[in-house]
Design a protein around this ligand. Structure first.
Ligand SMILES: O=C(O)CCC(=O)C(=O)O
Ligand SMILES: [Fe+2]
Length: 207
């Protein structure tokens, strides 16, 4: 399975580092994050390849009587869909192997978001469309390109907001109850920032 698949890579592609140094922070309410800055090397090259090569979709959503543009570009790869770069297949398989015992299932889908500049963003939310609403799970995010802060705060407000800058190959894994007891967001910024691509790996049924 995934362990064997990973071992085929032997020492591994030079683009991907060891996951052992990932550092866990308990957030409370059964939620935690693991962080590992610079997990992917060559992340800026990968950013350029994905920015140019992924069939990005601009989405719209209804808001009251208006239709508004979703302020970021999206691409989604469901279970079994070939990912747009082999480094992403390896990243997913490494994450699956590392978290196998704790998660009990592999990461199977990849969601990609392209924040073109500081006006692109994602509002406060948890990944609660699927099982994350009722069960502990994990969402692993690799960030490429210009760093943007991912904010985390307890669901329903109150408590402190955690600010985690993510870019240039940084990894964050949100785990435990994080999707249902905490919210996360990428706020807009007036700063003159370049593009950032986020790759989110999720287990089956988590969205
Ligand atoms: O851009 C990120 O790192 C977060 C994206 C996110 O939260 C989502 O797409 O659900
Ligand atoms: Fe999310």
């Amino acid at each position: 399975m995934h362990h064997q698949q990973v071992s085929l890579f032997g020492g591994g592609d030079p683009g991907i580092g060891d996951l052992a140094p990932a550092r866990r922070t308990q957030l409370g309410r059964g939620a935690w994050i693991d962080t590992l800055p610079g997990w992917l090397s060559g992340a800026d090259d990968l950013f350029e390849r994905l920015a140019a090569g992924v069939p990005w979709r601009a989405e719209e959503r209804r808001m009251y009587d208006n239709v508004v543009a979703v302020p970021r570009l999206l691409a989604h790869y469901g279970p079994g869909a070939p990912l747009p770069d082999p480094v992403l297949d390896e990243a997913r398989d490494r994450l699956s192997a590392h978290y196998a015992a704790e998660l009990g299932e592999p990461f199977v889908s990849a969601g990609l978001c392209f924040y073109r500049d500081g006006r692109d963003s994602v509002a406060w939310h948890g990944d609660r469309i699927g099982r994350g609403d009722s069960q502990d799970t994990m969402v692993a995010i690799v960030s490429l390109g210009e760093p943007r802060p991912l904010l985390l705060r307890p669901r329903g407000g109150g408590g402190t907001t955690i600010r985690q800058p993510l870019g240039h190959g940084d990894l964050i894994v949100m785990g435990g109850s994080c999707q249902r007891t905490w919210d996360h967001a990428i706020p807009k910024t007036r700063a003159d920032v370049g593009g950032r691509i986020s790759v989110q790996f999720r287990p089956r049924g988590v969205a």
